[in-house]
Design a protein around this ligand. Structure first.
Ligand code: FE2
Length: 192
């Protein structure tokens, strides 16, 4: 990977450490998504054109839900010295990763699948629950994605692009449900 991309990744890590969007969209979430991307890419033998997917993955939730998110990303990337074409490619990958959107190329599909699999990440949810138990976040912040989780779970597997993504999701989902049961937060097929 070229030095500029490494610099871009380090800058994202810095922002994520300083000021993550919330307890679910931390540096660890981004690291997990990058890991998932490489797992899926290797299992499916997908060739990436360049290192921009990895850059996009490290930035994908840095400015989550910010109305000026795209503008802020462009400014960061220009400051880092990326060119217009590279910036556009990163923005395209990031902008199509949300649930319910169409993913046009392998890069966008990989980010989408990797990010959705992270919905059943035990460490991710455990971190939020632990932060609440330690009195560091409110109950509302801890629980804010539970309704969305319950809505997405029955339809998620069908919306993943790759066979390996579906396998990985099913395995992690089963483990996740066992964990929810063990902490008394699973009832009638729903997270509670
Ligand atoms: Fe994400």
């Amino acid at each position: 990977m070229n030095n500029l991309y490494i610099k871009a990744i380090n800058r994202a890590k810095e922002l994520l450490l300083e000021n993550p969007f919330d307890v679910y969209h931390t540096l660890d979430h981004h690291a997990e998504v990058v890991c998932n991307i490489f797992d899926i890419k290797d299992a499916e033998v997908i060739e990436l054109k360049n290192g921009l997917l990895e850059v996009a993955a490290w930035w994908h939730d840095v400015f989550k839900d910010n109305t000026r998110g795209e503008e802020l990303l462009i400014k960061e990337f220009l400051d880092l010295g990326l060119n217009q074409e590279e910036i556009q490619e990163i923005l395209n990958i990031i902008s199509s990763h949300s649930f319910g959107q169409e993913q046009q190329n392998s890069e966008a599909k990989l980010l989408y699948d990797a990010d959705k699999i992270a919905l059943v990440s035990i460490p991710r949810w455990k971190y939020a629950f632990d932060r609440f138990d330690a009195g560091l976040i409110s109950e509302a912040e801890r629980d804010k994605y539970i309704p969305e989780w319950n809505r997405r779970m029955p339809i998620l597997e069908d919306k993943l692009h790759y066979k390996y993504s579906k396998l990985l999701f099913k395995k992690r989902y089963a483990e996740f449900v066992d964990w929810l049961k063990s902490i008394g937060r699973y009832q009638n097929g729903l997270m509670v």
